[in-house]
Design a protein around this ligand. Structure first.
Ligand SMILES: [Zn+2]
Ligand SMILES: [Zn+2]
Length: 224
């Protein structure tokens, strides 16, 4: 089997469960797999930022902006150098086959999830350039169902080109898909993003979803 990240051949290992359920083996070689670091405690209880023993400074600022919002973010991996390299290939070089790299972890984390999964959308321009929505493809690779509830307006510059200050003051780029409004009322929602950086994107998306009166909204990202 060939590792999609380093392109080295490696011997696939099957766990009992994978054999029993006829699932595909873990997609990455051991070296690539070990270059990613799973989230561990201590971490901010609100945004999963590592090394924090209580609410972090960022979340204290969010609580000032949104005093009635319950912040409950879950992230699977640290955004380390390996993750940075992964996303530059997956998102910026459009290597779609890399959407499978974390399918086992995502499936394990979300298969018993009762909330509706809502991926963060990308703009039409980004979709045309990249060819796919990276968050949706991560969910698809794990076979996890999700719904389209949000759209993203065209913005003059991509998030990744903005400074931290510009990101924090950017206007809300999202809007609700009209046909979705009634489907979300009184439902539990889980907003999914690829990377949590400042929390600005997820909080903007929450602003829009709240107008549909869901029972609750939590947030999730592959990396933080
Ligand atoms: Zn590898
Ligand atoms: Zn925090």
């Amino acid at each position: 089997m060939k590792c999609p990240l380093c392109e080295q051949e490696f011997l696939a290992t099957y766990t009992i469960r994978e054999v029993f359920f006829g699932r595909s083996p873990y997609p990455l070689c051991v070296a690539c797999r070990e270059s990613f670091v799973k989230k561990s405690d201590p971490a901010c209880p609100n945004c999963a930022k590592s090394g924090e023993t209580g609410t972090c400074a960022d979340c204290k600022r969010w609580k000032l902006e949104y005093p009635n919002r319950h912040f409950d973010h879950h992230a699977l991996f640290e955004y380390n150098d390996a993750m940075h390299l992964y996303f530059s290939r997956y998102k910026f070089f459009g290597e779609l086959h890399l959407s499978h790299a974390f399918k086992q972890e995502l499936l394990l984390a979300l298969k018993h999830e009762k909330a509706l999964l809502i991926p963060i959308p990308i703009s039409r321009t980004t979709l045309r350039r990249r060819g796919f929505n990276q968050v949706e493809e991560l969910l698809k690779s794990s076979g996890l169902p999700y719904i389209h509830a949000l759209r993203k307006k065209e913005t003059p510059r991509a998030q990744s080109e903005l400074t931290r200050k510009e990101r924090m003051t950017a206007p809300n780029p999202f809007f609700l898909l009209e046909e979705c409004g009634s489907k979300l009322a009184d439902r539990h929602l889980l907003l999914i993003d690829d990377v949590y950086t400042t929390g600005r994107t997820l909080n903007h998306a929450r602003d829009i979803l709240e107008t549909a009166h869901p029972a609750s909204i939590r947030t999730f990202s592959l990396a933080r």
